[in-house]
Design a binder for this molecule. Structure first.
Ligand SMILES: [Zn+2]
Length: 559
């Protein structure tokens, strides 16, 4: 996903003052190494709904999703939806109840195990389903969850939105990463457990087209003015990625090797789309060269025009960038590079590798989606325009960073982390590349990281463990300082006496130790500061010593 972000300068100045005073207090209190937990949150209290959706409790953990068949009818005139989700799951413990989700404003018509109606209990968006006898550990079960109602349009991208295009035709789309897929269909609405495969059947008036995720299996005229469109998703998929795109779409296609590329746009935009969507190929080729094959080959790759900015719906990327480069025709990073490519094609498709193939298991660790995908933008720039432009691109994100809250938020609360997960996340990864300080090692590392975790849902601990093991170094304090602390590490350089310089890191992580390049840009010296003072000979003056702050995202204090 990508949000449009507006920074307010006064807010940032205030936040900076708060961050500075907090870091002073905590550095005085650093006697023993602190636990790898975030400092106290300044975010507001969670709502009960945040907890119900965010916690992975007994009735979610007792089962593993295997298959969904979402089979629905959408009535554009009534702005309503009706149908069922057939849910197949394997029990991981003996139990008599499971926890599913459906927005409180939608109606549960009935829930069946075979022909047996099941009892259920609703609590806000949660639906607890009760079974008449114990479900056994290891056994598979299938239930049919019938529902109906009028989904409520909500959130930045609409949740489920019933709109009209400029020609007055129905244009109905879904985008619900934050709100949750349960705003329009019943499912186990959390991040940890992705369903393995899914069928999506959508009946709509026969003049319209539905584009959903996965491979198009065919359409069936239902004889009552409606046609059912069938799609098959052949990989694990996050609930929020499941999408309807219903409109008067026209279709054109292409291929990249064996990979089918399918494009769906409104008729008026056909010519513009044919030109702009040519960027899909260099994008796919770039990411493939870094990480390996496009992860959803059997499902194909699709770009679909939508009335909002864009969203990474798996194998069916939503596109609303107006067929122009930059981000909504703006030089998004302000240094002339953004206008060289279509931001939405590159960013949202980058999520196919990070977000959709490698997924976070909790929204708290969403930087695994957004920090990595924003970094992928810079890798695209590097592939097409070279290393120096990529470094410029990464650093152009600095003004968007706030350093107000840690990137990783409290677990078990469904709440999207703040925007630093994008920009500070990518600046952190660029820093990590400099710490590795060997591009051949770095490229192999990020590729293997992706290959190790594709089609899995992971937490930051998995990332750190992998990097530490591969590099045979303990980078944990570096990850913790950037991801679990609000403030940046500060490199303190003290020029007390002629011919020598003292240096150390000021960081909340007591064990923070990170090499950094200082001196002259044409002849950097790599030093290894820790949070204790070290002294080295220094022939350069305080004014002459520079720090490679485009390679390491840090602040510098000279005294
Ligand atoms: Zn994104």
């Amino acid at each position: 996903m990508h949000d449009q972000i507006v920074l307010r300068t006064t807010f940032r100045a205030l936040a900076l003052a708060i961050v500075l005073s907090v870091s002073t207090i905590s550095s005085q209190a650093q006697q023993a190494p602190p636990p790898p937990t975030a400092p106290a949150s300044t975010l507001g209290p969670p709502t009960r709904a945040d907890l119900l959706r965010g916690q992975y409790g007994r009735y979610r953990a007792n089962n593993d999703l295997l298959f969904y068949h979402l089979d629905i009818r959408v009535d554009p005139e009534k702005k309503s939806i009706a149908g069922k989700n057939t849910i197949r799951f394997r029990m991981l413990a003996d139990d008599t109840r499971i926890q599913l989700d459906l927005a409180a404003n939608l109606h549960v018509d009935r829930i069946l195990l075979g022909s047996t109606p099941l009892k259920y209990e609703r609590d806000l968006g949660t639906v607890y389903v009760d079974f008449p006898s114990t479900l056994r550990n290891g056994r598979e079960y299938t239930i049919d969850f019938h529902y109906s109602g009028q989904p409520e349009e909500q959130g930045r991208f609409g949740g489920m939105a019933f709109r009209k295009d400029a020609a007055g035709n129905h244009w109905i789309t879904t985008a619900c990463e934050d709100e949750g897929a349960s705003v329009w269909w019943p499912n186990k609405d959390q991040w940890r457990d992705e369903v393995e495969r899914m069928q999506i059947s959508v009946a709509i008036p026969s003049t319209l087209v539905d584009v959903s995720n996965g491979r198009f299996m065919g359409k069936t005229d239902l004889g009552d003015g409606y046609t059912r469109w069938d799609w098959l998703v052949q990989y694990p998929i996050n609930n929020y990625n499941v999408a309807l795109n219903i409109g008067r779409y026209e279709h054109f296609s292409d291929k990249l090797g064996d990979l089918p590329l399918d494009f769906y746009v409104l008729p008026a935009n056909m010519e513009k789309a044919k030109k702009q969507f040519a960027q899909a190929k260099p994008m796919l080729e770039a990411f493939r060269s870094y990480f390996g094959e496009y992860p959803f080959e059997k499902d194909g790759f699709k770009l679909i025009e939508v009335p909002y900015a864009g969203m990474e719906h798996q194998s069916a990327v939503a596109y609303g960038n107006g067929f122009v480069n930059g981000y909504l025709d703006r030089d998004w990073t302000g240094i002339g590079i953004s206008l060289k490519f279509d931001f939405i094609i590159v960013h949202e498709s980058g999520h196919e590798w990070f977000g959709n193939a490698v997924s976070a298991a909790d929204v708290s660790d969403m930087w695994i989606h957004e920090g990595w995908t924003t970094y992928l933008e810079s890798l695209y720039v590097e592939k097409l325009f070279g290393h120096d432009e990529a470094i410029r691109y990464v650093n152009s994100y600095k003004p968007k960073v706030q350093n107000r809250e840690p990137i990783i938020t409290q677990r078990g609360i469904h709440r999207q982390p703040q925007q630093d997960m994008y920009f500070k996340g990518t600046l952190f990864l660029n820093t990590l590349r400099s710490v590795v300080d060997d591009d051949s090692v770095w490229w192999a590392l990020v590729r293997d990281f992706y290959q190790q975790f594709k089609y899995q849902n992971i937490m930051t601990e998995d990332v750190v463990r992998f990097f530490n093991a591969r590099l045979k170094r303990d980078l944990t304090p570096i990850f913790d300082q950037y991801l679990r602390r609000a403030a940046l590490p500060t490199l303190q350089l003290a020029f007390n006496e002629a011919g020598s310089m003292a240096y150390k890191w000021k960081a909340e992580e007591r064990a923070f130790a990170m090499p950094v390049r200082i001196g002259r840009p044409d002849n950097w010296t790599t030093i290894e500061p820790t949070t204790d003072w070290k002294v080295m000979p220094m022939q350069l003056s305080k004014e002459q010593v520079e720090v490679a702050t485009d390679l390491y995202y840090i602040t510098v204090e000279k005294q």
